[in-house]
Design a protein around this ligand. Structure first.
Ligand code: UDP
Length: 245
């Protein structure tokens, strides 16, 4: 079931349901793609029709972050839970290690995917990582060719938003994979180059504050979160429907 929040049609699913749907998508003959917008991207999409279309064109749109879930509650269309991209990725790794599915890692700085792969394999011994490439390539066609040669079932696209969404849609037809997932900084999280917040901060929905303290240069970008919530509150108070969904 879809729940529209400020123009983005999110899938109102639990983590288990999202993973089950991903397994279904894996059986299809085409390359499906999944996006995981957080409040920062959702705010950007409010002002960018093309980005909105890219997000809404995905086979699954998962609410990555407490900001989006809060927005849905303010608008009285509550999403059931946050489905963080990094947790979704970890769940997919578990599924793939059961089935022997092949995974390709695309994105992040040189060397990071290799480190992430080591951690992923240590946690999921049955996993097959069939290739990887960093996210600072010049020749996109060459990257597509290398991915196809490695013949993965699943492709993690970790180029940051909206670059990863543009990549997935642009190459959907030529990439011979079953499932692509846009996962932002997830490889950094697995590699440990960017640490996740401690559990107590995640529980209190303060992961954003942790990232802000650790990476103050994100400040300008993170201002989109309060701006987004402000826009949501204004929408609710005015009681007008700016968005179709
Ligand atoms: N990145 C990349 N190619 C680029 C720009 C960024 O591979 O041209 C990577 C970057 O190294 C990082 C990720 O994309 O690993 C974006 O991380 P960020 O935390 O900014 O992601 P977001 O918050 O957009 O999900």
């Amino acid at each position: 079931m879809k729940t529209g929040v400020m123009g983005i049609a999110f899938d109102n699913v639990t983590m288990e349901e999202a993973l089950a749907r991903a397994c279904e998508l894996l059986t299809l003959a085409r390359a499906a793609y999944v996006v995981t917008p957080n409040a920062e991207i959702a705010y950007e999409a409010m002002h960018d029709e093309d980005l909105r279309a890219l997000l809404n064109g995905a086979d699954m749109v998962l609410p990555d972050g407490a900001g989006v879930v809060l927005a849905s509650k303010i608008l009285k269309k509550p999403l059931r839970q946050k489905v963080a991209g990094v947790d979704f990725a970890a769940g997919l790794l578990r599924e793939l290690s059961k089935t022997g599915g092949r995974l390709y890692l695309l994105g992040s700085k040189p060397g990071v995917a290799e480190q992430a792969a080591q951690k992923m394999l240590a946690q999921n011994p049955g996993l097959v990582i069939c290739g990887m490439a960093d996210g600072y390539f010049k020749d996109e066609d060459d990257v597509v060719r290398r991915i196809n040669e490695a013949a993965p079932d699943v492709l993690f696209v970790c180029l940051g938003a909206p670059k990863q969404e543009i990549f997935m849609q642009a190459h959907q037809k030529e990439l011979h994979v079953h499932l692509m997932v846009g996962l932002g900084g997830t490889l950094d999280a697995f590699a440990g180059t960017v640490k996740r917040a401690p559990k107590w901060m995640i529980r209190l929905n303060l992961e954003w504050l942790y990232r802000l303290i650790k990476e103050p240069k994100r400040f300008r970008r993170m201002l989109r979160l309060p701006k987004y919530i402000l826009a949501v509150v204004a929408e609710r108070i005015r009681g007008k429907k700016t968005w179709e969904n």
